[in-house]
Design a protein around this ligand. Structure first.
Ligand code: UD1
Ligand code: MG
Length: 458
């Protein structure tokens, strides 16, 4: 058999349907699974197959669907009226390459794997290949009707099926691969003489049987790969399966998950050795945890890399930050975009850090806001210190030199520089640069008023 990879591949993704049962104004294919839209999952799989073309048929929700994928190399084809899956594929005919094989994917079947698709594409060379699945509860699906030699003859939709056909448990996943020469011909012959008055793509199977074109039905042994999402119930079920599989991969790679059922990954999580993750954590975007990192319960970590042996205590949020090794963060810390923590920095409870660099060994342990600030090495920032980085219009930077000590409850009004080894007295409001090595204090002198009496009730 010739190697199918030497023939061009077209991929058509059907995504025009409304998804009535989602009860949402958002088109079904834009609903999210693991933080990524259903259609994006399918497009990612399609891209990994290196097709010469990806064609997406859209309709319900109008331009919102193509807009969600701006910049992608996709041919968008609008199906103004949803007259059936066959009608949807008919819209793509002008874009199909004559000598290619087309793989038809469904925008609401997000978990089909690239390997599964590859094998279907190979089986379709010059022919037709169907991905089927055995469903103990086949209701709602098209049934695969086979002849005495067990060869597929046609697909009958639930609404058109006889009692006997409805008993068939092998169903159509909707994912089909077919040689374009045949597909183009068959599409011209579709009609809507059926219970739903729709143009069924599935009618091409009977045409293939009639034309003596081989029909290869591959039975998928993993039901979830071909599960379509029609409701929020389906979405929640597929989300759990997806998360369980991600958790299993992490466990297999040696990560300790205190409970694999209480972890959500919405993007990609890369882990080193001896990483430990407590319950209820959410990882979004691209997160890297180096060797020995420990993440406490209920942390939300997005687009961040965390260095070896750093400990993130419970209820901490980290977003778009780079954190070196041996740091301690939290509990209840908020690390915002643009933060870089160098080795062994400590960020404690109720501390917010934004767009700041904190150098080696420096500590901000309690109740502080540090924004747009460069902090040197071994600096101690006392409880309740605020960098006043915003004058209502512009943001300004604060610079704190190595070994500085900022007393509790000081306010540093940016732009301002605190020199190396400087000490700032507790409660000071610093609006001018503080020199290196000196104590700077700005506050009223303490007085005691002799004989002062508390007011009494009149
Ligand atoms: C379809 C199959 C059925 C299969 C089932 C698997 C047909 C006739 N039936 O049935 O054999 O078991 O999928 O889930 O193909 N779509 C369009 N335009 C349309 C109609 C549908 O783009 O005019 C898209 C939908 O957005 C969806 C996909 O095609 O992504 C499938 O459509 P759906 O209406 O769910 O088909 P089913 O009746 O479930
Ligand atoms: Mg469906």
């Amino acid at each position: 058999m010739p190697d199918s990879s030497s023939y061009p591949l077209n991929i058509v993704i059907l995504a025009a349907g409304k998804g009535t049962r989602m009860h949402s104004s958002t088109p079904k294919v834009l609903h999210k699974l693991a933080g990524t839209s259903l259609l994006a999952h399918v497009i990612n799989t399609a891209e990994s197959l290196n097709p010469s073309k990806i064609i997406v048929v859209y309709g319900y929700g109008g331009e919102a669907v193509p807009q969600a994928f701006a910049g992608k190399n996709i041919t968008w084809v609008k199906q103004t009226e949803q007259l059936g899956t066959g009608h949807a594929v008919q819209q793509t005919v002008p874009y199909l390459d004559t000598d290619a094989t087309t793989l038809i994917l469904l925008g609401d079947v997000p978990l089909v794997s690239a390997d599964r698709c590859k094998s279907l594409i190979e089986a379709a060379h010059q022919q037709l290949a169907l991905l089927t699945v055995i469903k103990p509860e086949p209701k709602g699906y098209g049934r695969i009707v086979r002849n005495e030699q067990c060869l597929p003859q046609r697909i009958v939709e639930e609404k058109d099926a006889t009692e006997a056909e409805r008993a068939i448990k092998e169903v159509n996943s909707g994912i089909i691969a077919v040689a374009n020469t045949h597909l183009k011909n068959w599409l011209t012959r579709l009609d809507n003489n059926n219970a739903q008055r729709e143009y069924y793509l599935t009618d091409i199977v009977a045409m293939a049987a009639n034309d003596c074109v081989a029909i290869n039905a591959e039975v998928c042994d993993d039901e979830w790969q071909v599960t379509g999402i029609n409701s929020k119930l389906d979405l929640a079920a597929v989300e759990r399966v997806y998360q369980t599989r991600l958790a299993q991969k992490l466990l297999q790679g040696g990560v300790t998950l205190h409970d694999p059922a209480r972890l959500d990954i919405r993007g990609s999580l890369t882990t080193g050795q001896d990483v430990e993750i407590d319950v209820g954590c959410i990882f979004e975007g691209e997160v890297t945890l180096a060797d020995g990192v420990k993440i406490g319960a209920y942390c939300v970590i997005k687009d961040a890399s965390i260095g070896a042996n750093t400990i993130v205590a419970p209820f901490s949020h980290i977003d778009q930050a780079t954190i070196a090794n041996d740091c301690r963060i939290g509990p209840y810390a908020r690390i915002r975009p643009g933060t870089e923590l160098n080795t062994a920095a400590h960020i404690g409870n109720f501390v917010e850090i934004k767009n700041s660099q904190i150098d080696t060994g420096s500590k901000v342990n309690h109740l502080s806001y540090v924004g747009d600030t460069t902090v040197g090495k071994n600096v101690n920032i006392g409880a309740g210190v605020i960098t006043c980085n915003y004058d209502g219009v512009n943001k300004s930077r604060t610079v704190i030199g190595d070994n500085a000590f900022i007393g509790s409850d000081a306010q540093l009004i940016a732009p301002v520089t605190i020199g190396a080894n400087a000490t700032i007295g507790a409660g000071s409001t610093i609006s001018k640069d503080a020199p290196a090595g000196e104590l700077t204090v700005s506050r009223g002198r303490q007085v005691t008023v002799p004989g002062w009496k508390r007011p009494v009730k009149k």
